[in-house]
Design a binder for this molecule. Structure first.
Ligand SMILES: [Zn+2]
Length: 365
């Protein structure tokens, strides 16, 4: 049987090779690529060995520092205003939180791979399918392990994908929970890989924070695919709700964080009574990151609904999104794929309704 495991020796060799090149290059661009690849090999090597610390720690500190020297994302007043509106619309959504447990569902690794291929085939786009197969047919870049709380590295995720910008490859690890989540996780990670193969997005050239758009769009699409496959009716609504919570929780938590910062700086003043320039003062990097993440999640819903309404043009927009980088020196604008600020604001008000009430059909421009 095929083993979905990383080759530890190969990862170590690549890691050593890239560190040596990193230390000897004076070219900034090459240094960035190598630095990113080193972090990838390191993460994957640690996952494969289930180690917490290694001989590489000290070198890694320097490399991480080198990569962090990035400029802040471009955010002006009008964009911040838009992000806050988006957050407020979502945070306002009323939704009762159910805590679900997923039923046990064992699936062999080969089975997971097969389902993933069938899903990507069902999207009906040759290019996407080919890239999915390029990933899924290579058991050395997919590492599947049993879920455990005791895992040392890679603790907070059940799936992770890292890119190798030097040898143009992706590596992904998935923790198996023996529930329906395993299928979702694998497909999500594969989409990160497809996104990379469509066009690599080097952090110094690409606007920060939109890396989850295509992968979350795939989550939504895959949940629908499961419905068609008639896999476990009871589990599917749980997954749908999970996706919605993720967004609602993020919006509500971000709002609370922001309100706390406002209280500290301005006393009891309410967010709405403040000028955008005042709010600017209390926006931390974390909050900004979350605000952009909220936009990314709403965009994922947007692309998903586009595909549901008109598969061909929706998929075309998804591919357009993956094939282009987002310029860093201006406000990210996705009007070209039908996701202008107005459309996103409109969607943000209706998310729960569209997702859970098929009667109320939405017209997406
Ligand atoms: Zn992801």
């Amino acid at each position: 049987m095929v083993k979905y495991k990383f080759n530890k020796e190969e990862l170590k060799q690549l890691l050593d090779y890239c560190i040596e090149r990193y230390e000897n290059t004076t070219d900034d661009k090459e240094k960035e690529r190598l630095g990113l690849s080193i972090l990838t090999y390191y993460n994957m090597y640690m996952i494969a060995n289930d180690e917490k610390e290694s001989q590489y720690e000290q070198k890694l500190v320097v490399i991480r520092k080198g990569l962090m020297n990035e400029t802040k994302p471009f955010v002006d007043r009008s964009y911040l205003k838009f992000l806050l509106k988006l957050m407020n619309n979502i945070a306002r959504t009323q939704w009762k939180h159910h805590e679900y447990k997923y039923a046990s569902m064992r699936c062999l690794n080969n089975g997971l791979i097969k389902i993933s291929k069938a899903f990507y085939y069902s999207l009906g786009d040759e290019e996407i399918y080919k890239l999915a197969c390029k990933i899924l047919n290579n058991p050395q870049i997919i590492h599947i392990v049993k879920y455990s709380n005791k895992t040392l590295h890679f603790k907070n995720f059940i799936g992770i994908t890292n890119e190798d910008y030097t040898f143009k490859k992706v590596y992904m690890a998935v923790k198996k929970t023996n529930t329906i989540l395993d299928m979702l996780t694998l497909n999500h990670e594969v989409m990160h890989g497809i996104d990379f193969y469509f066009r690599e997005k080097i952090p110094s050239e690409n606007y920060y924070g939109f890396q989850e758009v295509s992968a979350y769009a795939v989550n939504h699409l895959f949940i629908d695919f499961l419905k068609e496959m008639e896999i476990s009716d009871k589990e599917i609504p749980k997954l749908k709700e999970k996706m919605l919570w993720l967004l609602l929780d993020l919006a509500q938590d971000t709002k609370i964080d922001l309100e706390n910062n406002i209280k500290q700086e301005f006393g009891k003043k309410k967010m709405l009574s403040l000028k955008t320039s005042d709010i600017f003062k209390v926006i931390s990097n974390d909050i900004l990151e979350s605000l952009i993440q909220i936009q990314a999640y709403v965009m994922a819903y947007g692309l998903y609904w586009q595909i549901k309404q008109n598969k061909e043009s929706g998929i075309r927009n998804l591919k357009y999104f993956m094939s282009n980088i987002i310029p860093k020196n201006r406000i990210p604008d996705f009007s070209a794929i039908g996701l202008s600020p107005d459309v996103l604001l409109d969607l943000s008000k209706k998310i729960a309704i569209i997702e859970f009430d098929d009667e109320k059909k939405l017209i997406i421009k």
